[in-house]
Design a protein around this ligand. Structure first.
Ligand code: UDX
Ligand code: ADP
Length: 458
């Protein structure tokens, strides 16, 4: 007799796999299967070396894998056996046709929806996990309603708010879980089933429900607001650099106002990651398509400031290194889009690397976790770049070091040792404000930080 809920997740990426691992761990009455078209990825999820780096995930996966968590490429079988299907496929920005560079490319998502329709033999709850444009559920419903064999699909939106690097904690202790559904009898019934699953470990008052459009839109807006904070503080960092104000002091002063709050006020070389840019451009596209041009422009500027911040950083490097970087050896420390992940999607380090290669720099990139993804992302430039994991070895003979990712270890390096093996004058550009800049200046470095005045010996 069947006494468990069969959950399927389509897409074994940064969102699908960690989320399902936690559901499997916390919900023993669920049998969770994660499927993917990428055979290698599934093999890695079934091995000792997981395909993504996420602190704490290894322990959770090994505790439930083979018990009530399974990774498989058998998508058809998975669909047939499931009661609930999470769709967590990639939804990148469209690179062709109408809306190129802004709209979401829904081809993977649509393929998943069509697979569900083709292989389902019983009614199911289908849950949007990937970030999708508002009203996607409507299209999903349209595809799935083509079934005329009595099978019904109830669509829910359950956006994922986990951040990479802290995914496990975000999943175990979420600020909130959001579940959107149609407000019909069947919609509410489906919503309750998902509420019950999360109730296994999340307080009831943190599980919020809404109509499906509010849920879809909230995900885009949450990322928009977070990115807006980073762009806001980064825009002020430019002002600090020319006025002798210090961005950390400004951030502290404003962040202590409880109405503003202290989080997400770290000035940086810019935000990266798979969500912020994509989601904001999507928001912009949606606003434009409803004729809300001023609203679109407002949000688009969050992305524009992010581009400005990265370009400004490279221009400052060129200017401060006497207007030429050609043939100089430069070492990038950190290529992940933030610390504690191996993900390089939209990483500012990649933007900077491309600009430096255009300037004919002899480039070395170092990162403790992200070098494989970096090589893939920059594969067209691999002849111009060397990859060395050890930061000491990577910086030998370089004219400048650029810190692009705030890995803890980069704030604790032996900079005396590094300085000795660099070409003089030695430059250090701290794109994350993590080093003790006064100490480094005393060692002999010319130090450039974000939102602080330059410390130069010339
Ligand atoms: C984000 C959202 O936080 C998460 O809720 C959503 O589900 C997915 O998108 P993520 O992309 O993993 O998560 O990373 P996040 O921690 O939000 O950082 C995004 C970027 O902003 C990183 O490049 C980070 O370095 C940068 N950032 C963040 C800053 O530059 N300064 C800050 O103060 C905070
Ligand atoms: P995210 O960060 O949103 O999780 P990823 O790119 O890491 O995005 O993961 C999405 C996964 O979805 C990829 O591993 C991709 O191979 C998988 N995928 C895309 N389309 C399908 C599909 N139709 N069936 C199964 N898996 C799919």
């Amino acid at each position: 007799m069947k006494n468990y809920i069969n959950i399927l997740c389509i897409g074994a990426g940064y969102v699908g796999a960690p989320t399902m691992s936690v559901i499997a761990q916390k919900c023993k009455e669920c049998k969770v299967t994660v499927v993917d078209i990428n055979k290698k990825r599934i093999e890695q999820w079934n091995s000792d070396t997981l395909p993504i780096y996420e602190p704490g995930l290894n322990e959770i996966v090994t505790s439930v894998r083979g018990k009530n968590l399974f990774f498989s490429t058998e998508i058809e079988k998975g669909i047939k056996e499931s009661d609930i299907i999470f769709v967590a496929v990639n939804t990148p920005t469209k690179e062709f046709g109408f809306g190129a560079g802004m709209a979401t490319d829904l081809q993977y998502w649509e393929k998943a929806a069509r697979q569900i329709l083709e292989h389902s033999e019983s009614s199911k709850i289908v849950i949007e996990k990937s970030t999708l444009p508002v009203k996607t559920a409507e299209s999903m419903e349209r595809i799935l309603q083509k079934s005329n064999n009595g099978i019904r699909f109830d669509i829910l939106s359950n956006p994922e708010f986990l951040a990479e690097g802290t995914a496990v904690n975000d999943l175990l202790n979420p600020d909130r879980v959001l579940i959107g559904s149609k407000e019909t009898k069947d919609g509410l019934k489906a919503r309750k089933k998902l509420v019950d699953i999360y109730s296994n470990w999340v307080d009831k008052d943190k599980i919020i429900t809404s109509n499906i459009w509010s849920s879809e839109l909230s995900k885009l807006v949450a990322n928009g607001f977070l990115a807006q904070r980073v762009s806001s503080i980064n825009s002020i960092s430019a002002l600090c650099e020319v006025t002798n104000a210090d961005i950390k002091e400004v951030a502290k002063a404003i962040g202590m106002d409880s109405r503003i709050g202290s989080k997400f006020l770290n000035a940086s070389i810019g935000f990266g990651g798979s969500c912020f840019k994509k989601d904001i451009l999507n928001l912009v596209y949606i606003c434009k398509s409803y004729g809300l041009d001023e609203v679109a422009q407002y949000w688009e500027n969050v992305v524009n400031i992010n581009i400005y911040q990265q370009e400004r950083f490279v221009l400052k490097m060129i200017k401060s290194m006497f207007n030429t970087l050609a043939s100089r050896k430069i070492c990038i420390l950190g290529s992940a889009f933030k610390a504690n992940t191996d993900d390089t999607r939209e990483s500012p380090a990649l933007f900077i690397a491309r600009k430096l290669v255009e300037e004919k720099v002899e480039l070395v990139i170092s990162d403790p976790r992200a070098l494989n993804n970096t090589k893939l992302s920059l594969k067209d430039l691999n002849e111009s770049i060397s990859y060395i994991e050890d930061p000491y070895e990577a910086s030998i003979g370089s004219h400048a070091i650029i810190i692009c990712t705030e890995w803890d270890k980069y704030s604790k390096l032996d900079y005396n040792k590094i300085y000795k093996q660099m070409v003089k004058p030695a430059f250090l550009f701290d794109g994350r404000n993590i080093v003790d800049r006064k100490k480094l200046f005393e060692i002999g470095f010319n130090v450039f930080s974000i939102g602080k005045s330059d410390l130069t010996h010339y």
